[in-house]
Design a protein around this ligand. Structure first.
Ligand code: ADP
Length: 200
């Protein structure tokens, strides 16, 4: 089995691709964004607490993210193959994940980094705008989310690159084509434990 991280800026299509990966490879999907949105919709104390960060486009503090993940997803974390979407987002989170998975004997095997130009990210997120129903999809909040991504999350890619785990994929094409490239990276890894660094 395989543990994957899907990595990329807001609007890069991580959620869409994760759904397809889950279906094809029978993995368990863990999206911290989805879990937080559920807490906010149900207006739980945690949902109220995290909305003050999410609605401003800021990251939820690491200790809250980790506590939530272990509480909400402890059963899922026992599954043989996992895909992490929107997590980890900081080096602290990545180290916590490594420690957790180490105990289970399967590390993060492959990090798929989906790259999309900034102009296109704005277009996609603002285009889905009102349909998404997301409180964080307005223009100034999107700008904030992208800044936070560049400052706090991008450095994490180096952490995984040093471990030789990152496959870079251009997300500047249609959903099917992106999925084809992701599948190629996963299949190659599963067949020969080789990480393809760049995929055309
Ligand atoms: P996107 O990647 O499209 O911005 P997500 O659904 O992954 O959307 O996350 C939405 C928001 O939830 C983030 O902007 C952040 O405020 C919060 N969030 C989600 N996952 C994390 C995480 N791992 N660490 C900190 N904050 C998070």
């Amino acid at each position: 089995m395989i543990n994957l991280v899907i990595f990329g800026p807001p609007g890069s299509g991580k959620g869409t691709q994760s759904a397809r990966i889950v279906e094809k490879y029978d993995l368990t999907h863990l999206s911290t964004g989805d879990l937080f949105r559920e807490e906010m919709e149900n207006q739980t104390p945690l949902g109220k607490e995290v909305s003050q960060y999410i609605d401003k486009g800021l990251l939820v503090p690491d200790d809250i993210v980790l506590k939530m993940l272990f509480r909400r997803a402890s059963d899922d974390l026992e599954s043989p193959g996992l895909i992490f979407d929107g997590f980890p987002r900081t080096t602290v989170q990545a180290i916590a994940l490594d420690e957790l998975l180490e105990g289970k004997g399967i590390p993060v095997n492959l990090v798929i980094s989906v790259e999309v130009e900034e102009k296109e990210l704005y277009k996609r997120i603002l285009g889905r705008g009102e349909d998404s129903g997301r409180s964080d999809d307005s223009e100034d909040i999107v700008r904030q989310r992208l800044d936070v991504y560049k400052q706090q999350t991008m450095p994490l890619l180096e952490y995984y690159k040093k471990q030789g785990k990152v496959a870079c994929i251009s997300g500047m094409c249609n959903v099917d084509k992106v999925f084809e490239k992701i599948s190629h990276a996963i299949d190659t890894y599963m067949e020969s434990r080789t990480v393809l660094r760049e995929i055309d």
